[in-house]
Ligand binder design. Structure first.
Ligand code: TXA
Ligand code: MG
Length: 312
């Protein structure tokens, strides 16, 4: 299959309309989209990414009304969070409607819904005239792509089209919050923090280690965000064992490394992390030293991704 690269949202949407796969930019990471109501097209996402079939997909919408095509019922919590954070980097999990094919939600009776804020994502989704399911546009297990070139690196020849945009602004995947129960449960940390959610619904809780919580978030069981290199989380005062390794963080460390990427703040660190991991793989780096950060604001999501990468 030849993968077409285009800057036209309409050209990209035409592929969705005939059952194809399109990678497109959002403010978080690039997604790999298919028409949610076309089970055959949705199935192709799992093949192209080599994604385990038990990992559900997020449906992306351009317009708030489209929630009603996807959800059988919403809850006051879901409505409040959508009021506060749509469009933006938040995925809201609600009970799904019967029209949504099983394959899109990995057989779950719920569906994650997100309305991206990135203008080109809006133009694309609007032109598709249907909600679009989209996981991150990487091969399963690799870091999520934050540039169209990273999508091409993983999926060239495996998908129909890439909608070319700039590097994604946030660089980490959306916050996922389950709104099906009495209180919202934060399943995946992202740019919208637990504090942000509590500002709207004060009893929102973080998913714990219980079996019930694990069952709610099947995706978190899988290996994620891993470069080939060994990732270690350190503080800038620590000693390291490989001077040919590389460093990413906020403060200049005292030790020598082959390369250091020093970022001005946590937002810039989050924005750069996945592309840094990919660049390390391209250069065959063996050890990546990542400075730990305070778990406030986007720092909590950043530490979550660093820990997953370090588990590699
Ligand atoms: O920022 C993002 O969310 C990006 C862009 C493309 O929108 N998408 C993304 O998709 O990160 P993906 O498939 O890589 O991650 C989706 C996460 C997984 O952890 C999955 O388990 C969870 O969302 N998820 C999706 N639907 C769910 C549901 N019905 N219940 C619980 N978790 C769900
Ligand atoms: Mg992903």
């Amino acid at each position: 299959m030849k993968t077409i690269v285009t800057t036209s949202p309409n050209t990209a949407a035409a592929f969705i309309k005939c059952g194809g796969l399109v990678a497109f930019p959002t403010e978080t990471v690039y997604g790999l989209g298919a028409n949610v109501f076309d089970a055959l097209a949705v199935g192709k996402i799992f093949t192209a990414k080599m994604r385990p079939a038990d990992n559900p997909l997020i449906a992306h919408i351009a317009h708030r009304e489209e929630m009603f095509q996807l959800a059988s019922e919403t809850t006051p919590a879901a409505e409040k969070l959508a009021d506060a954070f749509f469009p933006g980097p938040l995925t809201i999990v609600v009970k799904r409607s019967a029209q949504v094919p099983d394959i899109a939600t990995a057989g779950l009776d719920t569906i994650g819904i997100r309305m991206p804020r990135e203008p080109i994502a809006y133009e694309f989704l609007n032109a598709c005239e249907t909600p679009v399911v989209a996981p991150s546009a990487n091969l399963s297990g690799r870091p999520s792509p934050t540039t169209w070139e990273a999508v091409l690196e993983d999926l060239d020849g495996r998908i129909d089209c890439i909608l070319q945009g700039t590097a994604t602004k946030i660089g980490l995947e959306s916050t996922v919050v389950d709104c099906t129960g009495d209180v919202p449960v934060l399943l995946r940390l992202g740019a919208i923090s637990l504090e942000d959610l509590r500002g709207v619904i004060s009893d929102t809780r973080l998913s714990g280690g219980s079996e019930e919580d694990a069952a709610r978030s099947p995706g978190l069981r899988h290996k994620h965000y891993s470069p080939k290199a060994r990732v270690q989380i350190i503080s800038a005062e620590d000693e390291i064992d490989d001077p040919r390794g590389v460093f990413i963080g906020l403060r200049t460390p005292h030790f020598e490394t082959a390369f250091k990427l020093i970022l001005p703040d946590m937002e810039a660190y989050a924005h750069s992390l996945f592309e840094f991991f990919r660049e390390c793989d391209r250069r065959g780096i063996a050890n990546i030293y990542c400075e730990s950060v305070d778990e406030t604001g986007i720092g909590a999501a950043l530490m979550d991704r660093l820990r997953r990468a370090a588990q590699g």
